[in-house]
Design a protein around this ligand. Sequence first.
Ligand SMILES: NC(=O)c1ccc[n+]([C@@H]2O[C@H](COP(=O)([O-])OP(=O)(O)OC[C@H]3O[C@@H](n4cnc5c(N)ncnc54)[C@H](O)[C@@H]3O)[C@@H](O)[C@H]2O)c1
Length: 231
Amino acid sequence: MIEIGEVAVPTATVARLPYYLRALRDLAGEGVEVTSSSDLAERSGVGSAQLRKDLSYLGSFGTRGVGYDVESLSSYISAALGLGSEHRLAIVGVGNLGHALANYSGYSARGFSLVALLDADPGVVGRTAAGLPVEHVDDLERVLAERQVSMVILATPGGVAQQVAERVVACGVREILCFSPVSLQLPDDVVVRSVDVAGELQILAFHAAARAAQPATAAARAAQPAATTGP
Ligand SMILES: NC(=O)c1ccc[n+]([C@@H]2O[C@H](COP(=O)([O-])OP(=O)(O)OC[C@H]3O[C@@H](n4cnc5c(N)ncnc54)[C@H](O)[C@@H]3O)[C@@H](O)[C@H]2O)c1
């Protein structure tokens, strides 16, 4: 469970909120003012019962027979995710992956500002990516303090990730997005989200193998219409 204000929300629900928010923003971009739970659920890639359950942790939304007000639900989820305040990001490790992450153009639209890039390689330090200079990791403490960094993306080789993460945490950062292939050992109040593309692909491979083993069952399940009730 994660505390949002005075409410305890399951971690899995919090992980789905960004998908609801993205779907709501897409709807707003299309000029849609009110949406049904089934439409929002489909756009978010979840079942509508799951969507209603997740939203019920945050409060009472939607009008039966009418639906959800896109703008107000979007504002509420943004506030629940803490996106009202600016999150200042640094990327440590600006190799292939770090460079690609630096050039991602979607941070600002989602409430994040990329403010610093750090690397240990003298051949990388001094280059620019996304309009920012890459600074030496020796200056990590100064850079994080000066730019008021509150979140760090770690994209260093696995062998140095623990040591870099400890320095980041000593600077007061409590949220780390880790791409390095290690299990970081950090104080309990530090939240680490690890991304593992190969692991996700292995899960897809598992599903592909399961589907291949049971073609008739899978086809029958896919043909069943989803049940929808409520707003
Ligand atoms: N999680 C995933 O799905 C995923 C996908 C691809 C890569 N990775 C991992 O992400 C990391 C980066 O991958 P890559 O392909 O960009 O590698 P890369 O070698 O191109 O980049 C790593 C960068 O980290 C820098 N570095 C090394 N030591 C450092 C330190 N102490 N402080 C700061 N920077 C330091 C290097 O100079 C280099 O620029 C690797 O650990 C890789 O295994 C994870």
